[in-house]
Design a protein. Structure first.
Length: 358
């Protein structure tokens, strides 16, 4: 994949005036670059400035460094994390999340409801207890099994009445139901009861709603998925004129090594919808693999044999080994999708970690 990305980025860069057809080649290059990132079209930039959920920003910083390169590969359960804001516009204890942007090919791994618990008012709550029971229900559409009661219990636990902060509830099965049948998505209902299940009016514990609280405290659905794009690559031959290019004479004099390759999303025209990073260093491999191949060139056994055959002219048409990446790292993008939801996505094989003769 990296070789394809390097070619596309080279073609996507603005250049000096060129022959007719350069604009269409640039458009084709950017289209192929989008395919590398699993998209058909670039998402539009949000119409107004939007602050991404702090949870998503913190997750990105935990998983990746400032350039987006993965530093903790075992944290994400899949390769995509999506966040959705509540669409009920402030209706207390009832929540609705629109999941239309989830791809049909995505495997639902885990879904979480994040609710911010507010500080209790001093007059609220039973005096003899320090906890209450919070239950999360899937609201059922008419005709669904169990719909006679109108709801299905997803999660329940005791929550302290004192303090504030985020509470997270697992709602994976409900989200799987909704992605299989979009019309079944009637939202979620949250109830607060006493320890014995008794009703409490007014409820001593309240959660921040989407309409009347700060952006950073709004209800959030966080969805972990995997789209199966592990190490997928695009064939070089699929791009017009994208075949191997002859090595320049200067490159032949330099030993195989890694060189910087800056990818600037603003220069490409993607800065409006990508939150982080603003760009990254993809690196590329360049140089010769002369006989004899030293250990510093990290040759494979096959490359060593090939270099010997080439040097001794034991067979016609055998070239010297090529300088290519022998270790590749993934990168992470935090971005707004078509519906202005914030997505964290991990892409394999995007940064050349080291080079060798192969």
């Amino acid at each position: 994949m990296l070789g394809t990305v390097l070619l596309l980025l080279a073609l996507a860069k603005p250049a000096c005036p060129s022959p007719a057809g350069a604009a269409s080649r640039r458009a084709e290059a950017l289209k192929r670059l989008l395919e590398v990132f699993g998209m058909e079209d670039p998402p539009p930039a949000p119409a107004h400035f939007k602050q991404p959920p702090q949870y998503m920003v913190d997750l990105f910083n935990t998983v990746a460094n400032a350039d987006g390169v993965t530093k903790n590969p075992d944290i994400l359960e899949g390769n995509t994390v999506r966040s959705f804001l509540d669409k009920t516009h402030g209706e207390k204890m009832r929540f609705l999340f629109v999941l239309s942007s989830v791809g049909k090919n995505e495997k639902i791994l885990t879904a979480e409801l994040h609710l911010f618990r507010l500080w209790p008012r001093t007059s609220d709550g039973p005096k003899r207890h320090h906890f209450c029971q919070v239950s999360v229900y899937q609201v059922l559409a008419p005709g669904e099994p169990g719909a006679a009661r109108g709801q299905k219990l997803l999660a329940a636990r005791l929550v302290p009445l004192q303090g504030s902060g985020w509470e997270v509830f697992a709602i994976t099965q409900a989200v799987r139901d909704w992605t299989e049948d979009e019309s079944s998505n009637q939202g979620l209902l949250v109830t607060v009861q006493g320890l014995g299940g008794s009703s409490l009016d007014p409820p001593p514990l309240q959660f921040a709603s989407g309409g009347d609280h700060h952006e950073s405290k709004k209800p959030l659905l966080v969805l972990f998925t995997d789209d199966g794009r592990r190490g997928a690559s695009l064939p070089m031959a699929a791009f017009p004129g994208g075949g191997p290019r002859s090595t320049r004479s200067l490159d032949r004099l330099q030993p195989c090594q890694r060189h910087p390759l800056s990818v600037d999303f603003e220069e490409i025209g993607w800065s409006g919808w990508i939150i982080s990073p603003r760009g990254y260093n993809a690196y590329h491999c360049k140089g010769s693999c002369p006989f004899p191949l030293g250990e510093n060139m990290r040759p494979t056994n096959h490359a060593t044999v090939q270099s010997i055959i080439n040097a001794l002219k034991l067979s016609e048409g055998v070239s010297s080994p090529c300088c290519v990446p022998d270790k590749l790292y993934s990168i992470n993008l935090l971005y707004f999708d078509d519906d202005e939801n914030v997505v964290l996505k991990q892409y394999d094989d995007m940064v050349a970690g080291s080079c060798g003769c192969h």
